[in-house]
Design a protein around this ligand. Sequence first.
Ligand code: TXA
Ligand code: MG
Length: 339
Amino acid sequence: METKRFNQQEITEAAKILRQGGLVAFPSETVYGLGANATLEDAVKQVFIVKGRPSDNPLIVHVENFEQVKQYVDVFHPLTETIVEKFWPGPLTLIFKIKSDALPRVVSAGLSTVSFRMPDHPLTLALIKEVGAPLVGPSANTSGRPSPTQSEHVYHDLNGKIAGILEGGSTTIGVESTVLDISDPTQPPMILRPGAVTKEALEAALKVPILVDQHLVEESQAPRSPGMKYKHYAPKTTVWMVHSDDWQAAFDWATSNHFKIGVLASPTLQERFSNQMTAIYPLTDETVTAAAKGLFAGLRALDEEQVDLIFAPVFSETGLGVAYMNRLKKAANQHFFKP
Ligand code: TXA
Ligand code: MG
């Protein structure tokens, strides 16, 4: 199969493939998604096969607006309307109890809940509208690879396995959406996966305490979101996390051991240590926003270089830093450079 690259003038053509059960990857503000018509069982099954995704890991259903969710859900948490009004379209996935048999069971991997998200991307919203049905959309990478933030990443992983990719440039946020469980109307909302919609932002907007899955706090707990148990985002090259005070020591150690180092490097790091780096993936500034945007692309790029180790910066675990560190720790297998 030849994987076609669709531009924004070709949305109708891409939509036609999706209506007929084919797979087309789409851009979003977080990462690229692997699209299939959520109402077609065989198309959804194909998504699991193409990604090599474990069949117990449910998919997110991407909708054009909140109205579309109401076709599949009839029990809503009292905070739903406020959440949707404040955060959709955007990087927030919401888990609802599903109306029985409203969607093929494979979508939610047999669970009684299903997750929905309205992505903040004009091309993808236009695509869903044109298809006339919601689209499942796991990150469009081979399972176990970093999520794709550019269409080239999708092409690299899935060329020849899917019908097409809708081109939308680089994604702006770079880490996957926050997953918020609001399936039980009697319980406070709970974050199952951290993303760009932070606990702080949710609490400020909703004026209620937001719970966080214990798995995200304590290693020993089993996750409530099946996907969080898999070792994601691991590049082939070993990744070490470096605290801001430890860069000098880390480079001195690497140099004295003749290790070739690739670095996800802010402008300051590039300036201070350029002669001790074999490869650089440049971050645009010093912020965690820039680090999150560059993380997956950087890991992919540095993995192609002849380096022994990848160094990535540690950020404090507040705000977007929670999501960034969650993904980075998995990529680094929890390993910090110790001076
Ligand atoms: O930003 C994103 O969320 C991207 C873009 C393309 O929208 N999609 C994405 O999908 O990251 P995926 O499949 O890679 O991650 C979905 C996560 C998994 O951890 C899965 O276990 C969890 O959401 N999830 C989905 N439905 C769920 C459900 N009903 N209950 C618990 N967890 C669920
Ligand atoms: Mg994924």
